[in-house]
Design a protein around this ligand. Structure first.
Ligand code: PEP
Ligand code: MG
Length: 598
């Protein structure tokens, strides 16, 4: 499939901007394999670890096979057959049985057992001197390395050797992968799998890395070193561009850089409407290294600190002191501006290696044991984090945000934990704040939005998570590129839940923010302000364009705009209004096509 000429691939844009650079194709090989003896009492656990990796690998192969269906017929059939064969090798095959036996009899760790089994099978095939079997040996090795990668969950950095300015090309980029990308070395990435609202996409936007995904056959069509253009706005990937194409994209890139530089002048001015309503524009942080970008962009605080980074790319859990040090440093850097620390939100697509066993496998991971459900099930995990947050809050203003809240009882339990943790810390004599920090709930489950009045009584603030709110309201997996076009945060149902939550927060007189990706869309600013939002939190690069939009708005305009949008029941009418902007005259809603009763 690798040709010499220019080739354009169309996927979905998951992080805006243009990246141009040599491709660095991540293959599945070259994974360092750890080797150790599993203690006798841990053999069952090691077997479970292996079976979890087998199930995960099977899932990935199924996804890749479905993706391949969009390729031209011949290529699609070839790839589908190959992937089906790979899957076959994972169901009670010689590979799987051999690994199980080694774990049980010689107490070898799963990774090393896989490696040995691959060598043994390949050697027996080689001895038969048959080209067909030689190819099967390569397939078994491919499957084995996939298993090892899943067992290791990227505890090594696959991008460490990428030359400066590289464009990463891979089957899938996970949130943990994105955390390992250094924007000084990596220009952007393109992947076969992944939707625009998954966490890898969110992190790419936060780091300012242009990215596209959902591109079938890409890995087979690019060589490491080929020049690649990723257009994250259009979701296009141009491989081996002609001189003319390259020139056009370079001009476009220069134009975008000029616009970004122009917006930098807004750094010091407040986000205030033309008639004086102040909107607090805060930053979402996925990694502490983004903090400088947040301060530079003029953020008035951190509206969402996703603490998952502390748990990624490592085999163990961070202890209280380690978490405290990270948070204290951040609070210090913010120099008096508030930091909203969200407790651990793993589960679904965000995984922490050390918690794999605890979380287990759910039929529907997005609906399973994740976020605060996990914290309340594993109190030590929650209490350690609450202790670290509480200690850090002695050094500056901190708020505690609880993810995936669905009931008042959960908030009550969290508050009880916090009080107990405070008592324990008092007994240890560590430095503590004078009062407990405010505790708030993420409103990101439709049921929580509908119960917002009750939740407001037990919460000090609300933060609307429009990403998950959209996912759960519309029942659309936010990380699945095959349903990405159905994912719509401006769907009237989602907007009604936001409106409902905002009204409840106003009635209870508690602060309310929105920290989903919608907050960073300048087109949404008038709508959200009109619905009652006065705090928006977003990826640092989104702050200047949103601020510019707010500074051109008046409150009557924003309110009229929101009222107009809330009368619409058709998504396309809402989209059209958002494109026109709040300054445009109001339009009547389009006909539903249904005959009116006379
Ligand atoms: C959200 O769901 O909108 C949110 C901000 O949280 P996350 O994207 O981390 O799930
Ligand atoms: Mg969420």
């Amino acid at each position: 499939m690798k040709t010499d000429g220019e080739q354009t691939w169309r996927g979905i844009g998951i992080s805006g901007g243009i990246a141009i650079g040599p491709a660095f194709v991540i293959d599945q090989h070259g994974v360092p394999v750890p080797e150790y003896v599993v203690p006798a009492g841990q053999v069952e656990k090691e077997l479970r670890r292996f079976h979890t990796a087998v199930a995960k690998t099977q899932r990935q192969l199924t996804q890749l096979k479905q993706k391949a269906e969009s390729l031209p017929a011949g290529a699609a059939d070839d790839i589908a057959l190959l992937l089906e064969a790979y899957k076959g090798m994972l169901s009670s095959s010689r590979l799987v049985r051999g690994v199980e036996e080694q774990i049980q009899s010689s107490h070898t760790n799963a990774e090393a057992a896989i490696q040995r089994q691959i060598v043994a099978i390949s050697a027996s095939f080689a001895a038969m001197d048959d080209p067909y079997l030689a190819a099967r040996a390569a397939d078994i090795s491919e499957v084995g390395v996939r298993l090892i990668r899943n067992l290791l969950e990227q505890q090594y950095n696959p991008f460490a050797d990428a030359p400066e300015g590289s464009v990463i090309v891979a089957e899938e980029i996970t949130p943990a992968d994105t955390a390992l990308m250094n924007p000084d070395r990596v220009a952007g990435f393109a992947a076969v799998l992944g939707g625009a609202e998954g966490h890898a996409a969110i992190m790419a936007r936060a780091l300012g890395l242009p990215a596209a995904s959902g591109v079938a056959g890409l890995v087979q069509g690019v060589n490491t070193g080929d020049i690649v253009i990723v257009d994250g706005n259009k979701g296009e990937i141009v491989v081996r561009p002609t001189v003319v194409t390259l020139q056009n994209y370079r001009q476009e890139l220069a134009k975008q850089l000029r616009e970004t530089r122009k917006l930098k002048s807004l750094h010091n001015v407040p986000a205030v409407t033309t008639d004086g309503t102040v909107v607090a524009l805060q930053a979402n942080l996925e990694l502490p290294r983004e903090v400088e970008a947040a301060i530079d962009a003029g953020a008035t605080g951190i509206g969402l600190l996703r603490t998952e980074f502390m748990f990624m790319n490592r085999p163990d859990l961070p202890d209280e002191d380690e978490q405290f040090e990270v948070l204290r440093k951040l609070v210090h850097q913010l120099n008096g501006k508030p930091v909203t620390v969200r407790t651990l939100d793993v589960g679904g697509e965000k995984l922490a290696t050390a918690l794999g066993e605890t979380m287990g496998e759910s039929v529907n991971p997005a609906l399973g044991l994740r976020a605060i459900r996990l914290g309340l099930r594993e109190p030590k995990l929650l209490d350690t984090q609450l202790a670290a947050i509480l200690r850090a809050s002695a050094y500056g203003p901190v708020r505690i945000l609880i993810p995936m809240v669905s009931s008042v009882a959960q908030m009550r339990q969290v508050r009880e934990h916090l009080v107990q943790v405070e008592r324990r810390l008092q007994r240890r004599g560590v430095k503590l704040p004078h009062a407990l920090p405010p505790v708030g709930a993420m409103i990101e489950i439709p049921g929580a939005a509908l119960a917002a009045d009750a939740l407001a009584k037990i919460c000090d603030f609300f933060a609307i998570g429009s990403n998950d709110l959209t996912q759960y309201t519309l029942a659309i997996d936010r990380g699945d590129d095959r349903v990405a076009e159905l994912y719509d945060p401006y769907h009237p149902a989602v907007l009604r839940l936001i409106q409902f939550t905002a009204a409840a927060a106003w009635r209870a007189n508690i602060p309310l923010s929105l920290c989903g990706e919608m907050a960073g869309d300048p087109r949404a600013a008038a709508l959200l302000i009109g619905l009652g939002l006065r705090e928006l939190s977003m990826a640092p690069p989104r702050l200047p364009p949103v601020k510019q939009e707010i500074r051109q708005l008046s409150m009557p305009q924003a309110i009229a705009f929101a009222e107009n949008i809330m009368t619409k029941s058709d998504e396309s009418d809402i989209r059209a209004l958002l494109e026109q902007g709040a300054a445009a005259p109001t339009t009547p809603s389009s006909s539903s096509g249904k005959r009116k009763r006379t």
